[in-house]
Design a protein around this ligand. Sequence first.
Ligand SMILES: NC(=O)c1ccc[n+]([C@@H]2O[C@H](COP(=O)([O-])OP(=O)(O)OC[C@H]3O[C@@H](n4cnc5c(N)ncnc54)[C@H](OP(=O)(O)O)[C@@H]3O)[C@@H](O)[C@H]2O)c1
Length: 312
Amino acid sequence: MKAVVYDKKNSPDRLVFCDIDKPVPDENEVLIKIHAVSLNAADYRSIKMGMIPKRKIFGADIAGRIESAGKNIAFFKPGDEVLGDLGSYGFGGLAEYVTAPEKALIMKPGSVSFEEGAALPMAAMTALQALRDKALIKKGDRVLIVGCSGGVGTFALQLARYFEASATGVCSSGNVQQALSLGADHVIDYKKDDFTKMKERYNIILGINGNYPLLKYRKALAPGGTYVMVGGSLSQIFKSLTLGWILSSGSKKMTSLAAKAKQPDLEFLAKLLEKGIIKPVIDRRYTLEQAAEAMNYIKQGHSAGKVVINIS
Ligand SMILES: NC(=O)c1ccc[n+]([C@@H]2O[C@H](COP(=O)([O-])OP(=O)(O)OC[C@H]3O[C@@H](n4cnc5c(N)ncnc54)[C@H](OP(=O)(O)O)[C@@H]3O)[C@@H](O)[C@H]2O)c1
């Protein structure tokens, strides 16, 4: 099969488009013919940190069709269309075929395309778990989404609207219209204005991208409010993990998210997608042969939504 394999000797991209053996599923796995895969920060951050999957193939979020199933597989059968996040199961999405346990997958709704299915898992589950599980979002909450225009942020805006909260997004000038079209009530262009100097206070702040002092985030919280560090620069992540708990005193909470792939969450999000309540924003499309180019693009940190690789 065709695949994009990590090779540390291959400079500068370290990703090589080549022919390798098709994987063989064990009795607890299915073999999936991949139709689309989307990239996440987890892909390029893993490369940077030297965390290379066993099969040396990146790409976690996949959508495809089951080709065959091991003898212990109860739920899926050949021909089923599925989607899933393989980040905890060895990645493997930058290829024509991958094997996966059934707990990594859900059925893809028939009305959802393969590329939409591949764009959903990691980014949407992260946004959902940040808003619902960490920040306990409720109707009427004022939510600030810092970094609202990337993969996670575009889902966070749509989910805040679904939960009937009022969302303010922070992004650069070129993405303001996109944020408004996704349901933001207000948008702050970080190239022109600084939310930390404004007087508005928020019940929830998601720090998805950027790098702001934690004390300024804390100041922007309303009494009883929660800040959730989702991502951003490595120094922002480090500061939140080490100092967040100290600043959590009083009624304001400063927390961090470590999102996990969960089948019920993915089912819930796929239902919202099927009903048209959320929709992935697809910034760019690439072929499998162009995977290194796609990875270089998302590495720059300015993709407006998701980057998808269509395989067949
Ligand atoms: N905690 C977890 O479990 C978890 C799970 C998944 C992802 N993450 C993290 O979440 C972060 C976002 O992931 P993603 O997939 O959404 O990334 P992404 O798609 O690459 O994000 C790109 C977006 O970030 C925006 N951005 C860049 N610098 C910004 C700044 N200074 N202020 C505001 N926005 C800025 C860009 O908007 P402009 O072009 O408008 O600047 C661009 O639209 C990453 O750091 C990732 O590692 C964490």
